[in-house]
Design a protein around this ligand. Sequence first.
Ligand code: FES
Length: 160
Amino acid sequence: MSKNEDSTINRRQFMRTMGALPIVSGAVMMSMCTSGCSEESSTSPLTGEKVTLTLANEPELQSNGGAIRRAFGANMNSNRPVIVVRTAQDKFRAMSSYCPHEGGSIGNPTGSKAMCSKHGAEFGLSEGNFAQNIGGQSSPTAQTFVVTYNQSAGTITITF
Ligand code: FES
């Protein structure tokens, strides 16, 4: 085999390799997206874990429209803070602070809304629009969690 034949074979091999490269790299990208994208999901898997708050210890939740933003630990909501709002005398709601637009952080409630610091999506905190995108950057609705109110015990329980 001459030196020229060697270089011809090498060129052919190179072209075959280059032809296959987009397929291989596409498959690698797909597998990366499959695992990476699931971690970027805007929702946390529901675990059934519960946290109970005593309203006597939560002054912000003692009046209608009051709200808190808190992480509850133990990996609930993937350790993301949760916004809890008293939307009526006998009604409490909870939503994740994870922005479903591109994963920013929805900040502290101000009035009847909370805003994502990344691109400015605004989410409603009233009973009629809770967790819905009501202004700013367009976004899907934020994840919500079931809240039960035990009036006689003066507690609320959030189920993750
Ligand atoms: S990530 Fe929240 S507005 Fe874009």
